[in-house]
Design a protein around this ligand. Structure first.
Ligand code: SAM
Length: 646
């Protein structure tokens, strides 16, 4: 954890790194969460609170500038983890927690682990602990509206106070206040963060208890603001198409990779956009060379024979399912009467196809420029030893000093770009395909090396690649090109509105918002319960799993409580003006990817989000069912060229 999440992200303070290596984080979380203890993520603890993300604990501790003789006050003991880390650096640590059950549990835990220079108290930390002040460092692990005055008073001259503050209870800027002399303080901003609220006399007011016996206002508001959906195939979508207006990019999400309703509704909206708004391409979270087979089929292009089978990489059910098949058939038929330039394309944005993309570049060059193909074979040969496991390549470069193949793959991409005019003249579509494969190779090479350093950098590389691919497609299509993007909510919803943004991750939705403003329209999906196609572990078999009813503090529960079985919820242009404001206070949101682990659902599948900033429209299906993967039998009677290679 330390090397991957802290050192790789620039934490250099040796005393802090040593302390974090010494404190066993798994001892501070519930047993069933121990396997996640070394992920760089906040985890739930009792009383609805969280143990902070290790990176944030490290950053805040570094910001305190402590020495071995320092006396520290922490507000927000939580599990006691950060206090234990502080105790390995400073002489005495005083920590206050407002929930009695947490203060008691932390006291017991710290005692049993032998952290005897930590003193825990139950109370309101916004008032400080004056008896033991002044402190050389004060750290507040919850977000308040402003810097609490009593804490400023209890700070020693020369000491530092590190506190998240913000205008709403869930979004803050981390601030460091240094007491420069008895009367003066210097203040610096250290960046955006998201903490649980600081509740107390100098913080936010105690939240109201839920009103029992009366219908809660929010689900009612959702019901009034929602447009019910009856049948997916025949529902009138005029109002939605109007709201989308002249958008050039419409991003349509999904709350799992294995839910049929999400695929079908997404396909239905896409068909409307193609028929009524002239959308020219669909770009999906799938591998470029694999999706190119569907593209060739739907656009009636000649289909080359290749030595590899499309859509055989894990997770196969994600695109190889009956709902996608049905959409591909529709698109092929739609394109049938159109002239080639007006046929709607189907493309893959992802970068997991390192080796098939290499094969495709070679195949293209073999046909068009055999001398260039020979050079390409030699350069790409650098990556061949890891053909079966590209992640092992990244590991070999980072840990064993194996020479990176970066210059070779970049040179290949440059060569293709330099000969663009010559190759384009001969066959524009095929050149675009080869060039994109060369781009995938170059970015995937970088991705597999970055993966070893941790999730934030590699996530960003991947979403940057997907966004750039979208832009290449739009540029190739010219001024009239309009794209529909199909990807998980976590890629299409604006990352700045979720915990991802706090971790430093961005995504296609955020990049599209920055680039296209309101000409980008993003649609999120959600469900309460039902079944989903997912695996238990990476590379594991597909299972049909039962989705647990949604968490009480989630947006999903709010939608469920509205009592409407399926609906569209307009957010950018709401039917009730107050819906945006009322939904703005962050809540939990569920994300199921290709893996679903119901047993650890809260830790592994829920994150904090502000839905109205994340999406322009939200689509709800209270109960959903798993997609049906394609098996050979279901394709009887389908032309042999059908793109899934069946
Ligand atoms: N440092 C903790 C750890 O390592 O587990 C994580 C702290 S958690 C993010 C924030 C904690 O602040 C919660 O346990 C919450 O109950 C507590 N808190 C909020 N307002 C408080 C206040 N006024 N006084 C003391 N604790 C408070």
């Amino acid at each position: 954890m330390i090397e991957r999440h802290l050192v790789a992200r620039g934490v250099r303070d040796e005393a802090v790194l040593r302390a974090m290596r010494a404190v066993p984080r798994e001892a501070f979380v519930a047993g069933e969460l121990a396997e996640f203890a070394y992920e760089d993520a906040p985890l739930p603890i009792e009383a609805g609170q969280t143990i902070s993300q290790p990176y944030i604990v490290a950053e805040m501790t570094v910001a305190l500038r402590l020495g071995p003789e320092s006396r520290v006050l922490e507000v927000g003991t939580g599990s006691g983890y950060a206090a234990a880390v502080l105790s390995r650096i400073a002489r005495e640590v005083y920590t206050i927690e407002r929930h009695a059950e947490l203060a008691e549990a932390a006291t017991r835990r710290l005692q049993s682990l032998g952290y005897d220079n930590v003193h825990v108290r139950h109370g309101d930390g916004t008032l400080g602990w004056p008896e033991h002040g002044p402190y050389d460092g004060i750290v507040v692990a919850a977000g308040g509206p402003d810097v609490p005055q009593p804490l400023l008073e209890q700070l020693a001259v020369g000491g530092n106070l590190v506190v998240p503050i913000g205008a709403t209870p869930r979004e803050q800027t981390l601030v460091r206040v240094t007491r420069t002399d008895a009367e003066t303080y210097a203040r610096e901003n250290l960046g955006a963060v998201r903490f649980v609220p600081l509740i107390g006399a100098q913080g936010w007011p105690v939240p109201e208890a839920p009103r029992i016996g009366r219908e809660p206002a929010l689900p009612k508001l959702v019901r009034e603001a929602a447009e019910p959906i009856g049948d997916i195939e025949s529902e009138d979508l005029d109002a939605l198409v109007d709201r989308i207006g002249d958008a050039r990019v419409v991003l349509i999400g999904e709350a799992s990779h294995g839910t049929s309703e999400f695929y079908r509704m997404r396909a239905r909206i896409t068909r409307e956009l193609i028929l009524r708004r002239g959308f020219t391409l669909v770009a999906i979270e799938g591998d470029w060379p694999d999706v190119a087979h569907i593209d060739g089929w739907v656009r009636h292009l000649p289909m080359p024979t290749v030595e590899w089978s499309p859509f055989t990489r894990f997770p196969t059910w994600m695109w190889r399912n009956t709902d996608v098949e049905q959409f591909a058939r529709w698109l092929r038929q739609h394109n049938e009467g159109a002239i080639p330039e007006r046929r709607v394309g189907f493309h893959g944005l992802d970068l997991y196809s390192l080796y098939t993309s290499i094969a495709e570049v070679l195949r293209y060059l073999d046909g068009i420029d055999p001398a260039a193909a020979r050079v390409a074979r030699e350069r790409y040969g650098c990556l061949t030893p890891w053909q079966g496991d590209p992640a092992a390549y990244g590991r070999a470069v980072v840990t064993q000093g194996y020479r990176a193949c970066e210059s070779e793959v970049v040179a290949m991409l440059r060569d293709l770009l330099e000969r663009r005019l010559d190759y384009m003249r001969r066959d524009g579509d095929r050149f675009l395909d080869a060039l994109q494969n060369a781009r995938v190779v170059a970015n995937a090479e970088q991705y597999y090396r970055a993966m070893y350093y941790g999730s934030v950098h590699s996530w960003n590389l991947r979403d940057q690649h997907m966004f750039e691919t979208l832009q290449v497609l739009l540029a190739f299509g010219g001024a009239d090109a309009k794209a529909v993007v199909w990807a998980h909510n976590s890629h299409v919803g604006n990352a700045a509105a979720t915990e991802m943004g706090v971790r430093g991750e961005f995504n296609i939705g955020q990049l599209a918002r920055t680039e296209y403003g309101n000409a980008a329209f993003n649609i999120g999906f959600g469900t309460d319960r039902g079944t989903v196609a997912a695996a238990t572990d990476w590379d594991g078999p597909m299972e049909v799993k039962r989705v647990r009813p949604s968490h009480a503090d989630s947006y999903e529960r709010l939608c469920h409580d509205s009592g409407v079985a399926a609906f569209l919820l307009p957010i950018r242009a709401p039917r009730r003006a107050d819906v945006r404001d009322e939904l703005m206070a962050p809540r939990l949101e569920r994300a199921i990817g290709v893996i679903y682990r119901p047993d650890t659902e809260l830790a592994s599948h829920y994150f904090q989000a502000a839905l109205p900033v994340q999406f322009d429209e939200y689509v709800w299906f209270d109960e959903t069912r798993a997609v049906t993967p394609l098996v050979t039998a279901s394709s009887r009677g389908v032309p042999e060229t059908y793109p899934f290679g069946l």
